[in-house]
Design a protein. Structure first.
Length: 84
């Protein structure tokens, strides 16, 4: 049986900007990622041409440091800045 990563499951405080997208914290990183994808899919923010890119709306631009488009890999780093 695989051992779960305790650091990944530890509830984290969510910044006010990120809370507008994923809901109020604290919540584990895994739940933040899950809620972020729910929001992206619900608002059709995944780029149609390049599925690895996310086109930010006004709420996500606050989380993404003002960037209009970010890659999935860049998104992880940007979201981490909003967790403490």
């Amino acid at each position: 049986m695989a051992k779960s990563n305790a650091a990944f499951m530890k509830p984290m405080q969510v910044s006010p900007e990120l809370a507008e997208v994923v809901g109020p914290g604290p919540m584990p990183r895994s739940e933040v990622a899950k809620q972020l994808w729910v929001y992206i899919k619900k608002n059709n923010l995944q780029d149609a041409q390049n599925k690895r890119n996310i086109n930010a709306d006004e709420k996500l631009k606050k989380v993404f440091g003002g960037k209009a488009t970010v890659s999935m890999f860049e998104m992880t780093a940007l979201v981490s800045k909003h967790l403490s």
